[in-house]
Write a protein that binds this ligand. Structure first.
Ligand SMILES: [Zn+2]
Length: 301
């Protein structure tokens, strides 16, 4: 869907390279937002604030947002923005939704970001579009920030110190994340895709504990560990099952029923791992250098 068309439909004006309008004193910007772990982009509206939105505030905002939802985003500062879904339809109805949110922002005493997020000064001389919202900055501050971060990524960021330790910790973490699935499977005899989600998260937690730099390749390591552990456990469980009847896995595989069951379970475990990896992707990616590089690219303009 063309953003211009939706902007016209919902009454957003193009200004400073972004689509925005004022809602009870708050600037709302219309943006295209990528759904975590997919290639789907949906139109959303973003509000940017001068401070991090805490858990309590998030809860209240989510309640006010209802079905249209509220997602936290970082715009130059940490978790200082709120996204809500934008849809084609009656402008008045959508405005009412945005006003409801704005009233909640007021109640929570959230202030709009009205200073340069890099130095804190209010007199600014430049504008950057960050995550679809126009942010007032100092050109010099952005330049400094980009340089500093780029240098950091190129020096400290490429260090391989602790990498092996981190990978080992990630494998251990992955095993710990697999445990609930093993227990459930052993006692109840079914899988839960939601339990599989623990595997990538636990593996990533392990990686962080190891203390290595978090380059973009961490995503590959986490995905690999998840895809080896979960289906690997399936194969192990079936080998044990076959051994109980004094068969090797290869011998048991000759039995059509065993083969069918094995292949179904293997396919399911691969599918569930894929779901788990894709669902956890955005949360993990946010904590890697990949995200920082992307943010920096946006700032360079
Ligand atoms: Zn500044």
């Amino acid at each position: 869907m063309k953003l211009e068309l939706l902007a016209e439909n919902l009454g957003f004006q193009q200004k400073d390279g972004a689509f925005s309008k004022q809602i009870l004193g708050y600037k709302a910007s219309l943006v295209m937002y990528k759904i975590p772990g997919s290639y789907v982009k949906i139109p959303m509206v973003i509000f940017v604030f001068s401070q991090t939105i805490d858990k309590e505030q998030t809860k209240k905002i989510a309640k006010a947002a209802g079905l249209k939802g509220a997602i936290k985003e970082s715009v130059a500062l940490q978790d200082n923005a709120i996204l809500t879904q934008a849809k084609f339809g009656k402008k008045e109805k959508f405005d009412a939704h945005l006003e409801k949110l704005a009233i909640t922002f007021k109640e929570l005493d959230l202030k709009e970001l009205d200073y340069c997020p890099y130095c804190g000064q209010t007199e600014t001389d430049g504008i950057r579009v960050i995550k679809g919202a126009a942010v007032h900055v100092h050109d010099a501050c952005v330049k400094d920030f980009v340089e500093k971060v780029t240098t950091h990524l190129e020096t400290v960021g490429t260090s391989k110190e602790n990498l092996l330790k981190s990978i080992l910790y990630a494998v251990v973490g992955g095993f710990v994340g697999l445990l609930p699935s093993i227990i459930i499977l052993a006692f109840v005899g079914f899988y839960s895709a939601w339990l599989f989600i623990l595997i990538p998260f636990a593996a990533f937690y392990g990686f962080k504990k190891g203390g290595a730099q978090r380059g973009s390749y961490v995503m590959v390591i986490i995905a690999l560990i998840s895809f080896i552990l979960a289906p690997g456990f399936m194969v192990y469980a079936y080998a044990e099952y076959a051994a109980a009847y004094n068969y090797t896995l290869a011998e048991a595989f000759e039995i059509a029923e065993f083969r069918a069951e094995f292949l179904t379970d293997l396919a399911m475990s691969v599918l569930f791992t894929a779901i788990a990896v894709s669902v956890s992707w955005k949360t993990i990616y946010k904590q890697t250098h990949g995200q920082i590089k992307k943010d920096i690219e946006e700032l360079k303009g």
